[in-house]
Design a binder for this molecule. Structure first.
Ligand SMILES: Nc1ncnc2c1ncn2[C@@H]1O[C@H](COP(=O)(O)OP(=O)(O)OP(=O)(O)O)[C@@H](O)[C@H]1O
Ligand SMILES: [Mg+2]
Length: 365
């Protein structure tokens, strides 16, 4: 037999592996009907030329916040020409300038990435909306990122929230976060732009995870490819690790790859066990971006500075944190947040003409 035919016909237990990829949005989101209809009810006025209600979706990782928001946007774009759904993840669009620029593009207007000030972009957005009569529904996923940097960045929420009042234009804002506290601590004007309505997403129960996995298995695996204990085991492991559907799906997916790799006829419990640690670890690495891990980062930063006698040069701190902290930009934003909240203080010194930034632990006043 041709070597390629052999690989494609016999090499896999998957029917369609794409359904396990992170960007896949299922046609149906189980156990979230109420959440979806609440979001839909809030944004629906946009389809009829009216002001939507702004919303905050919050809850732990892997509870379906992003999927539900994307699902509603997809339905909305089929239902209405008037509403203009726009999805942004604030990890990618982390400044006021970037958010406004993406909004401008989202309403179909082109603008150079550089050269225009945020205020000028805002003017163009206003002009564009007046002309088109469209009402954007702007989903800002991981919106707490806008609070990690300077207060300038979060001002975008205030700018957008006031559009109806100042310009007589409608816009719907949907913020998504794991960390509702960041918004609760925000100033009243920012808060009022985003927290007109709130929807909580709670962890999935083992039973719910089992349901989600069974549905996905039907789409992704050939009939009879899974030993019957596999789905309950994946559900039980992920229920213990935060009730996170992302972990559950990763287990189910990676176990299949493991089985394929071993040339097995079925996905077995042993395949799940073989990938368990790695899947949980990966979810944690992703979660480095999330609040618990951020708190962990703060502890680590404070520990390093304390070991240096209470202050350290910024470059040296980055070096000591090393790869463990991931992207340097994220570290910088995080340190800026700690300086702002008063945990650290920052001084500039001049060492033979070379400027140095010294970070210190702030002592009691
Ligand atoms: N109710 C559901 N039915 C089917 N699949 C789901 C459901 N909820 C979540 N999923 C799946 O779980 C994964 C994680 O969901 P999602 O990205 O929406 O979580 P999230 O709440 O946004 O998490 P995070 O806070 O980490 O961003 C996705 O792959 C999604 O397809
Ligand atoms: Mg999400």
């Amino acid at each position: 037999m041709n070597i390629f035919r052999e690989i494609t016909s016999e090499g896999t237990l998957f029917k369609d592996e794409r359904v396990f990829r992170p960007d896949y949005v299922p046609a149906e989101l189980l156990f979230r009907e109420k959440h979806i209809s609440e979001i839909a009810r809030s944004v629906r006025p946009a389809a009829h030329g009216k002001q939507p209600q702004n919303l905050l979706l919050y809850g732990p990782s892997g509870t379906g916040k992003t999927s539900c928001a994307r699902f509603v946007l997809r339905e909305l774009s089929e239902y209405s020409q008037r509403a203009q759904p726009i999805y942004l993840n604030c990890w990618e669009y982390s400044s006021r300038h970037m958010v406004l620029h993406a909004l401008l593009e989202g309403i179909g207007m082109m603008a150079p990435k550089r050269g225009l000030s945020s205020n000028e972009i805002m003017e163009k957005v206003v002009g564009g909306l007046r002309q088109s009569g469209k009402i954007p529904i702007l989903v800002l996923d991981e919106v707490d990122r806008l609070f990690a940097a300077s207060s300038e960045e979060q001002k975008v929420l205030y700018d957008l929230g006031r559009m109806p009042e100042i310009h007589g234009l409608q816009i719907g804002l949907v913020g998504i976060t794991n960390n509702r506290d960041v918004l609760v601590r925000a100033d009243a004007r920012t808060k009022s732009s985003l927290m007109q309505g709130e929807i909580e997403f709670s962890k999935y129960s083992p039973q719910e995870l089992k349901g989600i996995l069974s549905e996905r298995a039907k789409l992704g695996y050939c009939d009879g490819a899974l030993e019957k204990e596999v789905v309950p085991l994946c559900a039980a492991i992920s229920a213990k690790n935060g009730g996170d559907a992302r972990v559950a799906l990763a287990l189910l997916w990676k176990a299949g790859l493991e089985a394929d790799g071993k040339g097995a006829k079925k996905v077995l419990v042993e395949h799940v066990k073989a990938v368990q640690e790695k899947c949980i670890q990966e979810a944690k690495t992703l979660g480095i971006r999330k609040e618990e891990e951020l708190a962990e980062m703060e502890r680590r930063i404070v520990k390093i500075i304390a070991a240096e006698g209470g202050s350290i040069e910024s470059g040296e701190l980055y070096e000591q944190l090393g790869a463990a902290m991931g992207e340097e930009r994220a570290v910088r934003l995080h340190i800026a947040k700690m300086v702002k909240s008063g945990v650290l203080e920052e001084k500039e010194t001049n060492d033979k003409g070379r400027k140095k930034r010294i970070l210190g632990i702030r002592g009691p006043k």
